[in-house]
Write a protein that binds this ligand. Structure first.
Ligand code: ADP
Ligand code: MG
Ligand code: MG
Length: 983
């Protein structure tokens, strides 16, 4: 960075004025910007100045040096101005100016960086302070605090290893002990003098340097220390965790001190303008009399409730003032404020304010209440919530006191919190058992080593799912989220013995039929029943046991969602396979189905038998076709006839199975179409490797053999044939339809017939979107497309109707993305199947990644789990390349995403940026997606309006293919416009 390009290094505030304001958080940090804003708005704020974050950036860009003249001119000039504002003098022996030096990043990083109070005190000024206040104890208490903070933060006198105590604490504690005093407040002026002596000696012993008496030196050292604290270990860790850019830097605030430790009429406190836990409009916070700085938070003394201040004889008047401040803060800052205050001999000063962090429940209530009261801007109501946290609103909850008791006595282990909420019920170790117990009216937690599609019905029946193996994107977790089930996955301490019907964990053994409870929000597993209550939102939206009018929480939630929808341009669809899932998704606000996995339907009722029949004989049937075609080509009619006999069993079973499946699949699709009305429904043709459908255990094989009228060994042998070395990359996706076109035909026909039937019955326009999975070659798609179009033509002709339908593909193989220009010639839409696209692009098997990905995350090789949040530089870039190549060929092509990533807020923001039409996620993620999509839209608009370079970049990517024909909601948003147009 070139030196000397910084213009204004310092901004002043105080006495009702300020150079900066609340919008300048990037330059002045959150604290500095808001101190300025408060000052302008007439709040009583001690005067001070802010050194900008640019100075911090400069400091790190230039080998920890400062802009020329910072300490020779700028800071002294600023101090002069502060002296004028306060009528005090820095280092004066009569009326000394004392200041605090405070850190303050753009986003608050509570407690991560350093702050120094009472700066300016030395052996001379402390006496002046004593004389002026007529309070020696107070003066020396302040000095003691300053020497301690300065020694620690600036001079680095800290514990040298884990086993040591904080050296200053140790000095003070041992002194207190030697004189038999316990509380800091018990210490006399002379005690404090002695402690200060020992402190300065400690500093000298440890550092070889004397504690500086010169206030200018103290100031320079402290400012440097605060800039330095931007890169202390905990600050770096915090930024990594919350993804705050390391380039931002911190500002430094130098502010005149006010004293809460001046005696009984002084004090300090921290308060929220509303209850941040549940959103109630009540004053919330704590205070302490005769205390300074962080005494309230530090927990050394127990603070009092702020509302009790009303009855405090000393502070009743201040409380009235605080009530006014509370109202005014909300009005001026447009959100719930979390603020710090200090009372100096009855006078109230504000030292900080920021938007308060809150739970999801509080968030929706506050947004509703404050927008309605015109205290909060609607746009802010949308952007200030954490989409992910909305999950909290859906989760059934454990009774708080009962869970507390369970934590103390009955907690077995803690697994991965995979599906939020609380479930308490009887242990069932098999899906069948779960179903039976539920049928008999019990609540059940299905406990498995891991789950497979075969367990689906048990998972549907159970209230919660516990697995010993598998991660947060394992089958159990995925299905649990889709169904909104509570799930704790990968509880490694749990051993399940299916034979003995026991679950053992850390020495405790439970039997099937006994109670267990799991907390899917924390991962805790309890060895007994814990009382629960269902979420109010689900009672309204899904169970419909509660009327919207009777649920305040629902009304608040609904208010926020509708608000979000006003800003959102991305469409929101859902991944659903069944009418009830679809209905739930609609209740949550889904606008269509983005992924119906047809194979999930195969496990309903006894259709699995027909599916298995189809699968078992498919290979032989394909062989038969091949051989008879070859025979026919050579004109060998005899051989053709013979083959018919040879393969009679395969032909009969394969055709028979398809014939049985056609009507049931049609019925499935009818249900789905009926539930969705005119909303689009994307149906993916058969995708998984066939062996996944086969029975594993001997008894099941025997049962199937009997039903099909074939020998046990035959079924077993056919099953063996289907074994694959790497099923994820094996015979699956469109490769099935290419080898067995009859399956594609059957499924297409079922879709066409269902759409025609439902359209006829309901008079609604049903628009099916048929999706061909795992395309790598345009020719594959062409092959399957021909079948679909032929079947649809036939069915329309028979029914004498004309209908609209789309045929598109999933993009989940890098080759498909790279050749998108060719694929798009045939596909009417793309849906990014990001689960497989991530697996195939990274060359990582999701189900095996649990062994190494946690290490990758710990080492920082990957920031987030690429199977949960899209890997933007890799997979995301491939998506962009795909779009760039597809859009010139088919302008305005519908683009969706249907992987697990579709419900992840960061991914949703990315999808908005690259111009997707919609995201599709599990029904219970729909609210999260709605809010995240609205936030992405608002942020993109702001970025486009604010930062020119960002806008240019976004535009450059979108260029030619953008077909912005729909009227835009907001200006300058080409990508979002396209999304809205295509939705
Ligand atoms: P943090 O960001 O860790 O909260 P702060 O800079 O807010 O650090 O300061 C820590 C404590 O010191 C707060 O309680 C604050 O109110 C108090 N404090 C800071 N500056 C002053 C001041 N000028 N006068 C009185 N108290 C102050
Ligand atoms: Mg603070
Ligand atoms: Mg896939």
């Amino acid at each position: 960075m070139a030196k000397a390009t910084l213009s204004k290094l310092i901004y002043h505030f105080g006495n009702g004025k300020s150079d900066g304001d609340g919008t300048m958080k990037a330059l002045l940090g959150g604290k500095g910007a808001n101190l300025g804003e408060m000052s302008r708005k007439g709040f009583k704020v001690p005067a001070g100045f802010t050194i900008t974050t640019e100075v911090c950036t400069y400091y790190y860009d230039n080998k920890k040096t400062y802009p020329t003249n910072l300490f020779s001119k700028d800071v002294p000039a600023a101090i002069k101005q502060l002296e004028k504002a306060t009528g005090k003098k820095f280092g004066d022996n009569k009326n000394p100016l004392l200041v605090s030096v405070r850190s303050g990043a753009r986003d608050s990083m509570p407690g991560m960086m350093d702050t120094i109070l009472n700066l300016g005190l030395n052996d001379v000024t402390v006496e002046a302070l004593k004389k002026k206040t007529n309070n020696g104890r107070f003066a020396y208490d302040s000095y003691r605090r300053f020497v301690q903070m300065y020694g620690d933060v600036v001079m680095g006198v800290q514990k040298r290893n884990e086993n040591e105590h904080e050296p200053f604490d140790q000095v003070m504690d041992s002194y207190k002990e030697s004189i038999g005093k316990h509380e800091d407040t018990d210490l006399s002026e002379d005690d404090l003098k002695e402690i200060i002596k020992r402190f300065t000696k400690l500093i000298k012993d440890r550092t070889g340097k004397a504690f500086p008496q010169d206030p200018a030196k103290q100031l320079e050292g402290s400012i440097g220390a605060v800039f330095g604290s931007w890169n202390n270990d905990r600050a770096i860790l915090y930024r990594n965790k919350y993804q705050i850019p390391h380039e931002w830097g911190t500002a430094v605030n130098v502010q005149a001190m006010v004293f809460g430790n001046m005696g009984a009429t002084s004090g300090t406190g921290v308060a929220f303008t509303r209850n941040p836990a549940n959103g109630t409009n009540e004053f919330y916070g704590e205070y302490l009399a005769n205390a300074q700085g962080e005494d309230v938070v530090a927990g050394t003394r127990t603070p009092l409730k702020i509302v009790d201040m009303a009855h405090d004889k000393v502070f009743a008047k201040t409380f009235k003032e605080l009530e006014v401040v509370r109202k005014k803060l909300e009005k001026e800052f447009g959100d719930v404020q979390d603020f710090e205050f200090t009372i100096e001999e009855g006078k109230l000063f504000l030292l900080q304010t920021r938007n308060g962090k809150r739970t999801a429940q509080a968030y929706v209530k506050i947004a509703h209440d404050m927008v309605k009261a015109k205290l909060m801007k609607p746009e802010h109501a949308v952007t200030s919530g954490d989409p992910q946290a909305l999950d909290q609103l859906l989760a059934p909850i454990f009774d708080t006191s009962d869970e507390k008791a369970a934590v103390a006595k009955d907690r077995l282990t803690v697994g991965l919190p995979a599906g939020p909420g609380a479930a308490s019920g009887i242990i069932a170790l098999t899906a069948k058992k779960a179903e039976d117990l539920v049928a008999s009216g019990q609540k059940v937690v299905l406990c498995r080593v891991e789950t497979s599609p075969e367990d689906l019905r048990g998972m549907i029946a159970a209230d919660g799912i516990l697995t010993a193996r598998g991660g947060v994107s394992s089958h159990a977790a995925l299905v649990a989220r889709q169904m909104g089930k509570v799930c704790v996955a990968g509880a490694g301490d749990v051993t399940i013995d299916y034979e003995k019907k026991t679950l053992t964990c850390n020495g405790k053994t439970l039997r099937e039929g006994e109670f267990i409870a799991i907390n899917g929000t924390t991962g805790a597993v309890y060895g007994r029943k814990v009382e629960t209550s269902p979420s109010e939102l689900l009672q309204v939206l899904v169970n419909k046991t509660l009327k919207p009018a009777d649920s305040k929480l629902f009304q608040y939630y609904d208010f926020v969602m509708k608000l979000a929808d006003k800003y959102r341009t991305l469409g929101i669809r859902t991944n659903a396979d069944q009418p009830d899932q679809a209905a739930n998704a609609i209740a949550f606000g889904a606008e269509g189905i983005g992924l119906c996995r047809t194979e999930h339907m195969f496990f309903e009722g006894d259709r699995i038998d027909s599916v298995r029949e189809m699968i078992l004989f498919a290979e032989d049937f394909a062989k038969y076709k091949l051989e008879s075609e070859e025979a026919a080509a050579t004109g060998d009619a005899e051989r053709v006839a013979a083959l018919k006999g040879e393969y009679a069993q395969a032909i009969e079973h394969f055709h028979g199975a398809l014939a049985k499946l056609l009507p049931v699949q049609q019925q499935d699709f009818e249900g789905l179409f009926a539930a969705m009305g005119e909303r689009p429904v994307t149906i993916r043709l058969l995708d998984p490797p066939l062996h996944e459908f086969l029975p594993q255990a001997g008894a099941q094989i025997e049962d199937l053999a009997k039903k099909l009228g074939v020998k046990y060994e035959r079924v077993e042998a056919l099953g063996h044939n289907l074994h694959e070395f790497n099923p994820m990359l094996g015979h699956r996706g469109c490769r099935l339809g290419i080898v067995y076109p009859e399956i594609t035909e059957m499924q297409s026909r079922a879709i066409a017939r269902a759409a025609i039937a439902v359209a006829k019955k309901t008079g609604k326009k049903v628009v099916p979107e048929i999706m061909i999975p795992l395309i790598g070659f345009a020719e594959e798609l062409k092959n399957q497309l021909d079948i679909v179009h032929r079947v649809f033509a036939e069915e329309q002709k028979i029914a004498k109707v004309k209908m609209k339908y789309l045929v598109g593909t999933m993009i989940e193989i890098p080759r498909g993305a790279l050749t998108a220009g060719e694929v798009a010639q045939h596909a009417e839409f793309f849906s990014f199947g990001t689960n497989d696209l991530t697996q195939t692009t990274l060359g990582m098997s999701r189900d095996d990644s649990g062994k190494f990905l946690p290490y990758y995350q710990r080492l920082g090789i990957v920031k987030a789990n690429p199977f949960a949040s899209i890997d933007q530089n890799g997979v995301g870039n491939l998506m962009e390349i795909c779009i760039e190549r597809a859009t010139p060929v088919r302008p305005g092509i519908k683009l969706g995403i249907c992987g697990e990533h579709g419900g992840d807020p960061a991914t949703i923001a990315f999808c908005h940026k690259i111009g997707l039409t919609y995201v599709s996620c599990s029904p219970f993620r729909v609210p999260v997606a709605r809010l995240a999509a609205a936030q992405a839209a608002i942020r993109a608009t702001r970025a486009a309006a604010g930062a020119k370079p960002v806008k240019a970049k976004v535009k450059a990517k979108a260029k030619a293919p953008v077909k912005a024909k729909a009227p835009a909601k907001k200006a300058a948003k080409p990508l979002a416009k396209r999304a809205a147009a295509a939705r």
